[in-house]
Design a protein around this ligand. Structure first.
Ligand code: HEC
Ligand code: HEC
Length: 385
């Protein structure tokens, strides 16, 4: 609020308060002349006016509200809010801060969250026989708070946090068997994830299907935890400047051959010459991220190109566009939005969606994915324009 408006409101409220006080005092002082029969002699349509004192209860309330207003001005930043914080305080993040509606909200969110966390431990972790996680969770949140508070955090703090996050993996496997945890997890999924991944988690173009056991970043509990805590950015470089339009066409043809051009009738027959040219382009430029055999790598987030599951589409022209312009799908981080406990619940739900028996399909390597780089910058980008 600007100084002008803050003064405007302050002066108006103060003038109003003074006015009310003055009217009341005036009325109390006013003593009309009373006639013998006890009336003032005024008569309106047969109704005669007496001079009776104001009821006590009414006066108490009236004076009470005048005093209340003064107390309010002292406690809260109501008068000249830019200059007077008021003496009321709330607790936020373990610190006592002046009252503001914003600080009060934060303080209430914190205490609600505390209730949620306690319930999570008592009724979910205990029932799922995963009480070990409570200790890990409290160590994790302590490390996170240290990181939040320090301007110059120790170099290994982040990696300690990452380790604690993946230490929660065994609990996820247990929670994924617990109907109560899954119920809360599915609700969290609908509220936060369904906009992008669909309410049935089957995804859409650019948004991966989470039920098919084909994982960009790995489908083990530790991989999923890391994905949710830190977010992911897909880094598929643009190739047109590097290998030219001819190169794009050849490499695309080779990509299509990797999945036997399976199921995309619109593509027609593949051009054998282009496939052969594309193979050497692939080996030189693409194998680095997608693997020599084209099966993808969870350490780079590069998809498996040999199955018939497409993130952006397996039509010839779509694949060419992917190569020409690159792709950069963004999975947001959820640590700051959901917190550690809710992430565990939603991850358990996602974990429960896919058929575990086929989990090793994409060479799921838990250790590699746990230390996954977070952004596209940290994967070996050959060209990115
Ligand atoms: C703004 C859209 C958006 C929202 C909201 C979102 N995601 Fe994602 N998510 C993505 C995108 C895009 C990717 C793929 C990233 C890439 O291309 O590298 C992804 C990837 C993932 C992956 C990795 C899939 C794999 O194959 O490895 C998981 C798991 C996941 N999301 C779960 C969730 C969950 C759980 C939520 C809700 C808490 C959520 N996502 C909310 C867009 C979103
Ligand atoms: C720096 C690592 C990297 C290199 C090098 C790379 N890719 Fe990719 N590629 C990715 C990533 C990561 C994705 C997923 C993008 C996303 O999630 O948004 C991807 C996606 C794709 C897709 C989309 C697959 C789908 O399911 O829709 C195709 C096709 C593809 N790459 C082909 C290639 C070809 C051909 C080359 C070489 C000319 C190449 N890539 C080089 C990392 C790479």
């Amino acid at each position: 609020m600007t100084f002008f408006w803050s003064s405007w409101i302050t002066i108006l409220s103060f003038a109003c308060w003074l006015g009310i006080l003055a009217v009341l005092l005036m009325v109390l002082k006013y003593k009309p002349e009373v006639e013998e029969d006890g009336t003032t002699g005024h008569e309106y349509d047969g109704i005669r006016e007496y001079d009776k004192p104001l009821p006590k209860w009414w006066l108490v309330i009236f004076f009470g509200s005048i005093v209340w207003a003064v107390a309010y001005w002292i406690f809260f930043p109501a008068m000249f809010p830019k200059h007077w914080d008021g003496i009321a305080t709330v607790e936020v993040d373990g610190e006592t801060v002046p009252w503001t509606s914003h600080n009060e909200l934060n303080s209430e969110l914190e205490s609600n969250n505390k209730v949620f966390t306690d319930n999570f431990e008592k009724s979910i972790l205990v029932k799922a026989d995963a009480t070990d996680a409570a200790q890990t969770l409290s160590e994790l949140s302590e490390l996170q708070n240290t990181l939040k508070r320090s301007d110059n955090p120790p170099a290994d703090l982040q990696s300690k946090i990452d380790e604690k996050i993946t230490d929660l993996a065994p609990a996820i496997e247990k929670l994924a068997q617990n109907p109560n945890a899954l119920k809360v997890g599915s609700r969290l999924f609908l509220q936060n994830c369904a906009v992008c991944h669909g309410s049935n988690a089957k995804g859409a173009t650019g948004y991966p299907n989470l039920t098919d056991n084909d994982w960009l970043y790995g489908g083990e509990a530790a991989n999923l935890l890391t994905t949710l805590h830190k977010g992911r950015v897909g880094g598929m470089p643009a190739w047109r400047d590097q290998i030219g339009e001819e190169g794009v066409r050849a490499a695309s043809e080779y990509v299509l051959s990797l999945s036997d051009n399976n199921g995309h009738k619109n593509n027609g027959e593949l051009d054998k010459t282009l496939v052969a040219q594309g193979e050497s382009i692939y080996d030189a430029n693409c194998a680095l991220c997608h693997g020599k055999d084209g099966k993808g790598m969870i350490s780079t987030g590069a998809p498996n190109l040999t199955d018939n599951i497409w993130l952006y589409g397996g039509e010839r022209e779509t694949v060419r566009d992917t190569l020409r312009y690159g792709r950069a799908g963004v999975m947001p981080e959820w640590e700051t939005k959901l917190g550690n406990e809710r992430i565990m619940l939603v991850v358990s739900y996602v974990y429960s969606l896919s058929d575990r028996s086929a989990a090793t399909k994409n060479g799921a390597n838990v250790k590699a994915a746990a230390s996954m780089p977070k952004t596209a910058e940290s994967v070996p980008v050959v060209s990115s324009n």
